[in-house]
Design a protein. Structure first.
Length: 486
């Protein structure tokens, strides 16, 4: 099996014929009982337990679950007419208690009606040490205090280590009674504890260390990951519990090793950031229940992760009163949120034919395009200048609405001129030197005014998009916009 694309082949080859990856094929043994589902009766019995309120004792629990499971499986597996599906009201989403995480999970703008979907499987991936376990433990504590029963399974840490972290996060005052902790790596024992406790949310931290004893493979291998994730997904669908899997990323940035897990789960969240800086971002790579363009912002503190909805705008807000050449503020959209990004540029003496073009947090192809537009329509000579551009504050800006801000930042750095104090720029730049309006201009202007901007340079607005109390300088071309540099 190819660990890059999940394709199966009859023999080993140096290069995968499906995706072209080299040295990515690993041997996998197909067992006779691979198609059987030993946890189906347990999960169905758990479902029947919740519906009827019956208690299954520890002695003879498996047999009781099997009897109840026959009814539960039939109810779940029965075909239902499409017209009748609307009459069955499903359980509502359960908010995690962390607004930025609920925003990314989807379900409603501003956290209203957002959160975990019962019966869903969420994969949270990130680099080691970035704060995934901290985020999951904080979410588990918030869910437990809201009345949900949560089973937190740690396959990497002991129960005492989890208690020490919970103490640092302030989760022990008061101590949530609904938060159950299990330090185990065996999937069968995890299922047994889940059957006994019947949690509404099951958190596995991390999926790489969980294993099935009947598989002749090491934990973290393709066989173990696929089987464990498939059975946990089946458990979530039958029981209605929300399952969250934590996975580390590899050197190539793939979630939980093979990308096969991304197809098995409902939602894939990417937790990013630099461990040497405080700010963290979480975004949805895949989401069957919401949008994938939302971004959650956090700040790592001594007491855990703190929500920082204005974190991306802090760098731009602090520089509004002190205009600097090569620095321009720009209201950018991240899903339904508008943030004020600080676009910076620097030009230095280079060599003709070997000039450097480097950017951080921006689209390198758009940087090259804007340099060409400045040379052709702005009258700048940049062929022998090294140009460096970045988005300050850790916010990645890739939308075309930041073209004008980046263009003015490069022009200001070249001429050593700056925009007036408390000024921002937003708009798309065309190859002909014309400026085009960005979508949701009224939202951008209102947010820029709220964050302290008094002047905005942008393309001509449509009727009804202006904001009272905000000076709008309309520019139709690059030459007019460059004239605003002091």
């Amino acid at each position: 099996m190819c660990r890059a694309c999940g394709g199966t082949h009859s023999k080993w080859m140096g290069k995968c014929p499906d995706c072209g990856a080299w040295d990515s094929l690993e041997a996998e043994r197909i067992e006779k009982g691979a198609r059987s589902d030993p946890q189906r009766g347990l999960a169905a019995g758990w479902t029947a337990q919740i519906a009827t309120g019956a208690e299954i004792e520890a002695n003879g629990g498996l047999e009781a679950a099997g009897v109840a499971g026959a009814v539960g499986v039939a109810a779940v597996a029965g075909a239902v007419a499409l017209g009748d599906l609307g009459q069955q009201a499903g359980p509502p989403r359960r908010a995690t208690g962390i607004g930025e995480l609920d925003r990314v999970l989807g379900g409603g703008e501003g956290g209203a009606g957002a959160g975990l979907v019962p019966g869903s499987v969420t994969l949270v991936g990130g680099a080691p040490g970035i704060g995934k376990s901290t985020l999951m433990l904080q979410a588990a504590g918030a869910l437990a205090r809201a009345g949900a029963r949560v089973l937190y399974v740690s396959s990497e840490e002991s129960a005492e280590q989890i208690r020490q972290r919970a103490g640092r996060l302030g989760l022990l005052t008061p101590e949530p009674a609904n938060l159950l902790v299990l330090a185990d790596t065996n999937l069968a024992r995890i299922f047994e504890q889940a059957r006994k406790t019947r949690p509404e949310a099951l958190i596995i931290d991390s999926i790489q260390m969980v294993y099935k004893a009947d598989l002749d493979a090491a934990p973290g291998s393709i066989s173990q990951l696929r089987r464990c994730c498939a059975e946990l997904t089946h458990l979530a669908k039958l029981s209605g519990a929300a399952v969250i899997l934590v996975g580390h990323v590899t050197k190539d940035g793939q979630l939980a090793g093979p990308r096969l897990l991304e197809h098995l789960v409902d939602t894939v969240l990417s937790f990013d950031g630099d461990r040497y800086h405080a700010h963290r971002t979480i975004r949805a790579v895949k989401n069957r229940f919401g949008a994938t363009d939302e971004v959650g912002l956090f700040e790592m503190t001594g007491a855990g992760l703190r929500e920082a909805p204005e974190g991306a705008s802090l760098a731009a807000i602090e520089g509004l009163d002190d205009p600097r050449p090569g620095t321009v503020a720009c209201p950018v959209m991240s899903g339904s949120r508008c943030a004020l990004a600080e676009i910076q540029a620097l030009t230095a003496t280079g060599f003709l034919g070997a000039a450097k073009r480097k950017c951080s947090g921006l689209d390198s192809s758009r940087l090259a395009m804007l340099i060409a537009v400045l040379e052709q329509h702005g009258g700048l000579r940049l062929a022998d200048r090294d140009i460096f551009a970045s988005s300050a504050g850790g916010l990645r800006v890739v939308e075309p609405a930041a073209d004008l801000a980046l263009l003015l930042a490069i022009g200001g750095a070249h001429y050593k001129r700056a925009l007036p104090a408390r000024a921002a720029a937003v708009g798309e730049v065309g190859l002909g030197g014309e400026l085009r309006p960005a979508p949701r201009m009224e939202t951008r202007l209102r947010e820029a005014q709220r964050l302290g901007c008094t002047t905005v340079i942008c393309p001509p607005l449509r009727e009804g998009e202006s904001v009272r109390g905000l000076e709008v300088i309309e520019a139709k071309s690059v030459q007019v916009a460059m004239g605003q540099l002091g």
